[in-house]
Design a protein around this ligand. Structure first.
Ligand SMILES: Nc1nc2c(c(=O)[nH]1)N[C@H]1C(S)=C(S)[C@@H](COP(=O)(O)O)O[C@H]1N2
Ligand SMILES: [Mo]
Length: 249
């Protein structure tokens, strides 16, 4: 929320807090309050502007000739294999939790929605990077379709794979969830997303490190608290190896 100085003064006046003092600016304690409110406002504004900034996008001729896979390169469960065998025609993306309208969206429907194409650099904490082209539906469109309830604060991405028995999952706050470059990608480098890179859909959240880009996304869940997901730190690597939950780059 952005509080202007005028609204703040108006609010104080309406609340009777100003009493008989009509020379507000000359009253030292009030001047102090107003000064710090303005500082706080400026600070929040800058923080939000930074979070909304776009990641660099590249030209086609800058794309990496090879884009390796990392982590799981095939969930390998019978359920997942059945979806691969049927071209994901029976697969549905579940959208639930703190939403007004839970959804179950077929892949064809995701692909028919407005598509964003972006050529970006993926940075893995293990020390490699690659530039690839991603095609997908802006996460914002899906969240608007489902209608977030006011209590929703995070989006949890539930994946089809497990590592050492624990399901892979990740989560974002709403600033990143609504960022214009945050997409659920169903295509990569002008082709349908391969199994290795996370078919049928994977997250691209371009201002963050590689492990946040959940592959094999089956379900989006809107939650008010991350403590109930996984082991409570908001993501698989956050839980098992203390990776930062906010992996901004
Ligand atoms: N479901 C799932 N998503 C995942 C992983 C994983 O093992 N499982 N690995 C993460 C890591 S560490 C990286 S660097 C990227 C790798 O994406 P890529 O295989 O398309 O290169 O996926 C991320 N998303
Ligand atoms: Mo990674």
């Amino acid at each position: 929320m952005i509080v202007t100085r005028r609204k703040l003064i108006g609010g104080l006046a309406a609340g009777g807090l100003l009493g008989g003092c009509d020379r507000l600016g000359e009253s030292p304690p009030f001047r102090k309050i107003l000064f710090s409110a303005e500082q706080a406002h400026r600070f929040l504004q800058r923080a939000l502007t930074d979070r909304m900034a776009l990641a660099r996008e590249y030209r086609s001729d800058q794309m990496s000739p090879v884009f390796r896979t990392n982590g799981t390169n095939n969930p390998g469960t019978p359920d997942y294999q059945a979806h691969v065998d049927t071209g994901f025609t029976n697969w549905r993306l579940q959208v639930d939790g703190l939403v007004a309208r839970p959804l179950a969206l077929p892949l064809a429907e995701l692909r028919s929605m407005p598509t964003r194409v972006q050529i970006t650099r993926h940075d893995c904490v293990e020390g490699w990077s690659a530039i690839g082209k991603w095609h997908g539906v802006p996460l914002k469109l899906l969240l608007d379709l489902a209608g977030l309830r006011p209590s929703a604060r995070y989006i949890v991405f539930h994946c089809a794979d497990r590592i050492g028995g624990a399901p892979y999952y990740e989560s974002l706050d709403l600033v990143d969830a609504f960022h214009p470059q945050t997409i659920l990608a169903w295509g990569m480098n002008d082709r349908l997303l391969s199994v290795g890179h996370g078919a049928p859909v994977r997250l691209r959240v371009e201002r963050q490190l590689g492990y946040k880009h959940a592959k094999y996304v089956m379900r989006l869940e809107a939650v008010d608290d991350l403590r109930r997901a996984g082991r409570g730190k908001g993501g698989f690597w956050e839980d098992v190896a203390d990776y930062e939950w906010y992996a901004g780059i």
